[in-house]
Ligand binder design. Sequence first.
Ligand SMILES: [Fe+2]
Length: 288
Amino acid sequence: MGVDSLGYMALKVSKLDAWRELLERVFGMEPRERDGVVDYRIDSYHHRLTLTADTTDSVEAIGWEVSTSEKLAALVSTLQAHGVAVTAEGADLRAQRKVKELFSFTCPMIGNRQEIYYGPLVSNTPFAPSRGISGYKTGNLGLGHVVYWVKDLAASVKFYQDIMGFAISDYIAWDDNDAVFMHCNSRHHTLALMKDGPNSPAGELMHLMVEAQSYDDVGYGYDLVRDMGIPVMIEPGKHSNDHMQSFYLQTPSGFWLEYGYGGREIGPDWEIRNYDAPMLWGHRFVGG
Ligand SMILES: [Fe+2]
């Protein structure tokens, strides 16, 4: 029941050139251009990220992958049964997203546009990174993870458990932060939800994480970020819950990107834990 992985993310960006520099020079992603839009490939899929030039910055959509048409139909029915309006998307958007079947809805908890699909197009040529990296850990684990602030944390967690098919991985509460980490495959968390606050408005994306195949990819990327003057928000460190070794930078749209390596996976004997700090070591806030 529910979704199987985070498939893609589409962004509207006001600073397309800065975004291109970031994704191509730092993250080594492979651009595929079409009509003022740039799709980015990071694995066998046609693309995982899409940038569309705009006057303002927003997350146009996040795309959840479902493994079969039958599971997708069941998820649509479940959403509708809970009063969520679901739209069947036509050939134009399916062609842009490069998927067989596609539906969209507005998440009643986060408030953002979400797309659910099955049948992603895969490429018959190898991923050709634009810098020398070993690539990204994706496959059944999906694109990575996203973290959103929400107004009602308990109701949001329940929505993603009961309707979207996620299970709780663990909890972290520290300082003024209250976070619940959730999985839909063996990636430790594909979604984390955090209670909103004065400087963390409900409905906003806090960060997207992508996971490298080697720690050197992250290390060389960190040097590039420093050399290029891209704002580092959190210094390299290791998370307490998923053991991801990572650093965070601020994207040209304002939200953060986490570049990680070595996250542990959820197995059949996983037990939910509760933490009072997000890091084992490092991960110091810059300036903090
Ligand atoms: Fe993260």
